[in-house]
Design a binder for this molecule. Structure first.
Ligand code: C2E
Ligand code: MG
Ligand code: MG
Ligand code: MG
Length: 281
């Protein structure tokens, strides 16, 4: 490093950087290994109609590390996105969610299962064929699969994304915008993309009973959804007071700890279909 007359600080900075890069490589290696060694799990969280009936579930990934235990997505999705490993994770989820949905085709034809798909995964040339192959492999009714994207996915490369969304929508897959209102929302998406659903971000739901601006935002999103004939899910519903307010305002679908926390997929399935046992044993 150049002698800036402040060598200590320069050296400290470089050491710190080096350590951080090393740490990231270690973490990345750990995650890569975890994926290979089957440490990912599908968790499911119910989505319910305001009258209490079950609509479906959102699939959320968990990493079960042999020493560290259950690791939540907040702790590894950013690294997965930065390293490109997110593509493997999302594909693994699409495969596993398809495997869960296939057997429900006859018994629960109306049930929806949604999966979060990152921008990186969407950019892959074979994303459409990969997803269609999963649906075919497990005999899934495409209408039962919902893909959740965020506003930033559309921002990343709208032209490449639109074509893929339209191709999958033509096959019957639905699309939902997650965390709606927190990104760079563009009304342009609403007219040009094959969307079926908006998810009101949990931050608006959390504060809507105290902050009139949040209540107003919730209301605006509900109205946008209604005008564009989209379904709308309120995320992060934690209290009966929030649920009651939403019901009074005609909110059709809700998801949150008040109704159920995300739980291992087999446990969730047993709850909705008590007779369902895995073939394996
Ligand atoms: P998200 O898609 O917006 O999922 C909702 C998150 O809110 C989940 O966190 C869920 O556990 C949590 N949640 C549900 N109900 C409540 C509630 O009542 N209160 C509060 N405070 N939180 C609630 P989770 O499972 O930790 O996932 C965090 C984020 O990680 C997800 O946000 C999603 O963006 C991402 N993610 C999760 N699984 C995947 C995946 O398979 N692929 C990709 N690309 N991203 C994923
Ligand atoms: Mg989501
Ligand atoms: Mg969300
Ligand atoms: Mg999110």
């Amino acid at each position: 490093a150049k002698n800036t007359g402040n060598d200590g600080a320069v050296v400290f900075f470089e050491t710190d950087m080096g350590e951080r890069i090393e740490q990231r490589l270690t973490d990345e290696h750990k995650l890569r290994l975890g994926i290979q060694q089957g440490q990912l799990r599908v968790y499911l969280q119910s989505q319910i109609y305001s009258d209490g009936r079950l609509h479906g579930a959102e699939a959320l990934v968990r990493w079960v590390h042999p020493e560290e235990g259950l690791i939540s997505p907040a702790a590894f999705i950013p690294l997965a996105e930065a390293s490109g490993l997110i593509v493997q994770i999302d594909r693994w989820m699409i495969d596993h969610v398809s495997a869960l949905l296939g057997p429900l085709r006859e018994s629960h034809p109306q049930l929806k299962m949604s999966v979060n798909v990152s921008s990186e995964c969407f950019q892959c040339d074979d994303f459409v064929s990969y997803t269609e192959e999963c649906l075919q492999r497990y005999n899934v009714a495409p209408s039962q699969l919902v893909i959740e994207v965020t506003e930033s996915t559309m921002l990343d490369n709208i032209d490449r994304v639109v074509g893929k969304m339209i191709a999958l929508a033509d096959s019957g897959v639905s699309f939902s915008i997650d965390d709606f209102g927190t990104g760079y929302s563009s009304l342009y998406y609403l007219k040009s993309l094959p969307l079926t659903e908006l998810k009101i971000d949990q931050s608006f739901i959390r504060d809507m009973l105290n902050d009139p601006n949040d209540a107003e935002l919730v209301n605006v999103i509900q109205q946008i959804a209604a005008r564009f004939k989209l379904s709308v899910v309120a995320e992060g519903v934690e209290t009966e007071a929030q649920a009651e307010y939403l019901r009074q305002n005609g909110q059709p679908l809700m998801q949150g700890y008040l109704f159920s926390i995300p739980e291992p997929a087999d446990q969730w399935l047993k709850r909705i279909e008590p007779g369902l046992e895995k073939d394996e044993h």
